[in-house]
Design a protein around this ligand. Structure first.
Ligand code: SF4
Ligand code: SF4
Length: 294
């Protein structure tokens, strides 16, 4: 498989705590045995996939994720308020001809700068997080992490995606933010398929439905991995059947696995688990082929 044909599998979930990161990390470990693989942590508010790789070593300096925020030149500003009307995020206000920019919530879209008829808005770069590459036993790792106190996750996600794209790999596995937020949307954008991790609980199923819709809204094939299979009472099979979503893997609930997961320890010596990972990978890669140009 050439670099141009990199396959990108987004591992996501309807809600947090389903074992999404655990599945992503083990898929990456299984994949790395047979092909050049990168695990990309896009859960930038709380990246924790590196916890599974305590011997990982950085392969370079952190790459800052920047946002261009507007800076006002008061001497040029007429106070017309057009900039404030243009901002969809409420990050810039003009009251009584006085313009104020709230840089903490500015997304750096540049619309206000382009809209200003007096060229009174310039731009200044501010750092909102960083992406950093690591290596562990032949597996490439890339972690996106937001700056403390910042809320501009999408800029960090996009920076991490760019950094991952410049790292040689045949297979990219993304650990995406849970839920259906803007962050989750950015994280799965550009993937070839989405693997949704769900638990057999009613709460998990409710959110799973929304996650399925998010992935389908991007035209992506979706498969579900049932984690802690046999633990809860919700009928994941019936739920997935009713929505036409294939179940592509099951991870049986075992107390030893739960303990390892809680301690962020790899279970790579767990033969049946790793065989299941191989099977999930095969089905996910197969699902992407239908979308790829010949
Ligand atoms: S659009 Fe430009 S001139 Fe008008 S209020 Fe905003 S910064 Fe001032
Ligand atoms: S750059 Fe975009 S988000 Fe920031 S203040 Fe201007 S319009 Fe709003």
């Amino acid at each position: 498989m050439s670099e141009a044909r990199r396959t990108v599998i987004a591992v996501a979930s309807g809600k947090g705590g389903t074992g999404k990161t655990t599945v992503a990390a083990h898929l990456a470990v299984a994949a790395a045995l047979s092909r050049k693989t990168i695990l990309v942590d896009l859960d930038v508010e709380a990246p924790d996939s590196l916890g599974y790789f305590p011997k990982a070593s950085p392969t370079g300096e952190p790459l800052p994720a920047m946002v261009l925020v507007p800076r006002l030149d008061e001497s040029k500003c007429s106070g017309c308020g057009l900039c404030a009307k243009t901002c969809r995020f409420g990050a810039i206000v003009a009251i009584g001809g006085v313009v104020t920019v709230d840089e903490r919530i500015c997304k750096g879209c540049g619309r206000c700068v382009a809209a200003c008829p007096a060229s009174a808005l310039g731009e200044a770069a501010v750092e909102v997080g960083a992406a950093r590459a690591y290596e562990s036993g032949g597996l490439s790792l890339l972690e996106g992490r937001m700056a403390v106190g910042d809320i501009r996750s999408t800029a960090v996600i996009e920076a991490a995606k760019r950094a991952a794209a410049s790292t040689p790999a045949e297979l990219e596995i993304r650990d995406c933010p849970p839920g259906v937020s803007c962050s989750a949307t950015h994280a799965i954008e550009g993937a070839d398929c989405v693997v949704l991790v769900a638990e057999p609980t009613e709460f998990s199923l409710h959110d799973l439905g929304a996650a399925v819709e998010l992935a389908r809204g991007q035209g992506l094939p979706v498969g579900v991995v049932v984690n802690k299979d046999g633990f809860g009472s919700a009928d994941v099979d019936a739920f997935c059947a009713s929505r036409g979503v294939p179940i592509i893997g099951r991870i049986a609930f075992l107390r030893a696995r739960a303990a390892s997961g809680a301690a962020t320890r790899l279970w790579s010596e767990d033969g049946s688990l790793m065989r299941e990972m191989d099977s999930i990978l095969a089905r996910a890669v197969e699902a992407t082929k239908a979308r790829m140009p010949a």
